[in-house]
Structure formats: structure tokens, C-alpha cells
Design a protein around this ligand. Structure first.
Ligand SMILES: O=P(O)(O)OC[C@H]1O[C@H](OP(=O)(O)OP(=O)(O)O)[C@H](O)[C@@H]1O
Ligand SMILES: Nc1ncnc2[nH]cnc12
Length: 182
């Protein structure tokens, strides 16, 4: 399932490029201008709902921080649970963690050890706003599997295809991205 040309134009035109943020040489994809545009946010979420309603998902896991917005919204639309995958030190209960590299730094993410335990062998959709090098998403998929669940697909609003993140992640899980930046 893909976006129609009109829907694609609405979504693509709503994403703002900010040059040299947070470092010189980075073109930052700003999704705040998608979120505050009711038509673009609506097209995005309705498309994802239509795509994932037949997947028999048990949870959506969203990545800190921008991934939370799309993941929690879609989980509510699908009537399933949302699980936050957070930057190190933010989750209060026992966690498992993974280190990873970013386009502009190094970081570590965590999930609660019992986050998926209400449903045995839970089917989980991983969500984030963007995949760049794929470091974050790969670490998040490993965390989901270590927590006893199954990462059935990873979904992004934007894939930076001039980096190899999406290509690498496809070796270990299904991947779907709405907008691919060449
Ligand atoms: O594919 P990668 O190279 O791993 O990069 C992608 C990640 O980078 C951004 O998050 P960031 O760490 O900037 O955090 P934020 O959402 O809190 O701004 C983005 O939201 C992804 O999570
Ligand atoms: N270019 C970019 N824009 C927005 N978020 C990012 N995360 C990693 N690279 C990014």
C-alpha cells in the first residue's frame, strides 16, 4: 500500500528542511510542520491506519522523542498498546538497553524489561519519525526481541536514502517508509 500522488505531495510539502541543524552539514527534516498541518497529519495517520489495521499487531513501540507522537497516535487508532523506547536514564523500572551511533553522535536507548509481557510472543510494530544511519532503529528492534516480543516491521515517516540505514535494517526486518529522500 502506497500514498496516492496527491497524498504524497501533501505529506512531502509539509516537511520543512532546516540547514545546518544541529550541526553544520546536516539538513534537518522538521516534522513539526507536518504535525501542525491538520490535513498532512490526518493523511499520514489515516494512511498508516489503513496499512496496519490488518497486521494483527499487539503493540506499537515508539522511539524517543519524535517517534512517540506517531506511534502513540497509531496505537490509539488501532486500539492496541503503546510502548516507549526511551533514551538512557528516563524509564523508572528495570530496563534492558542498547548503545548505537547517530548521524550526529552516540546514544543509548532502553525499554522496560516487562513492556510486552502482557501478551505472549507479542507482535510489535516499531515506529519512528525518521531513519538516517539506522543505528537507532536497529538498536530498538534488538531491544524488542530481547524483551521477548517480535518486531514484525519498522515504520518511518521519512527515510534518508542517501544513507544506508533503511537498506541495512531491511536485512533483519520488514521496513516501510512513507517518504524516501534520495
Ligand atoms: O537512523 P539514525 O541515524 O539512528 O537516526 C535517526 C534518529 O535520529 C532522530 O532522533 P534523535 O536522536 O535526534 O532524537 P529526538 O527525537 O529526541 O530529537 C530521529 O528521530 C531518529 O530517532
Ligand atoms: N537529518 C535529520 N533530520 C531529522 N532527524 C534526524 N535524525 C538523524 N538525522 C536526521
Amino acid at each position: 500500500m502506497t500514498l496516492s500522488n496527491t497524498e504524497r505531495r501533501i505529506v512531502e510539502n509539509s516537511i520543512r528542511d532546516i540547514k545546518d541543524f544541529p550541526k553544520p552539514g546536516i539538513v534537518f527534516k522538521d516534522i513539526t510542520t507536518l504535525l501542525n498541518d491538520r490535513e498532512a497529519f490526518g493523511v499520514t495517520m489515516n494512511h498508516l491506519y489503513q496499512k496496519y489495521k490488518e497486521y494483527n499487531l499487539d503493540y506499537i513501540a515508539g522511539i524517543d522523542a519524535r517517534g512517540f507522537i506517531f506511534a502513540a497516535t497509531l496505537a490509539q487508532m488501532l486500539g492496541i498498546g503503546f510502548v516507549p523506547i526511551r533514551k538512557k536514564g528516563k524509564l523508572p523500572y528495570t530496563t534492558i538497553s542498547e548503545k548505537y551511533s547517530l548521524e550526529y553522535g552516540v546514544d543509548e536507548i532502553e525499554v522496560h524489561i516487562d513492556a510486552f509481557s502482557n501478551i505472549p510472543n507479542a507482535r510489535v510494530l516499531l515506529m519512528d519519525d525518521l531513519i538516517a544511519t539506522g543505528g537507532t532503529a536497529n538498536a530498538a528492534a534488538r531491544l524488542i526481541n530481547q524483551a521477548g516480543a517480535s518486531c514484525v516491521e519498522a515504520c518511518f515517516i521519512i527515510a534518508l536514502d542517501f544513507l544506508d540505514g533503511q537498506k541495512e535494517l531491511k536485512k533483519s526486518t520488514e521496513v516501510y517508509s512513507l517518504v524516501e529522500v534520495k
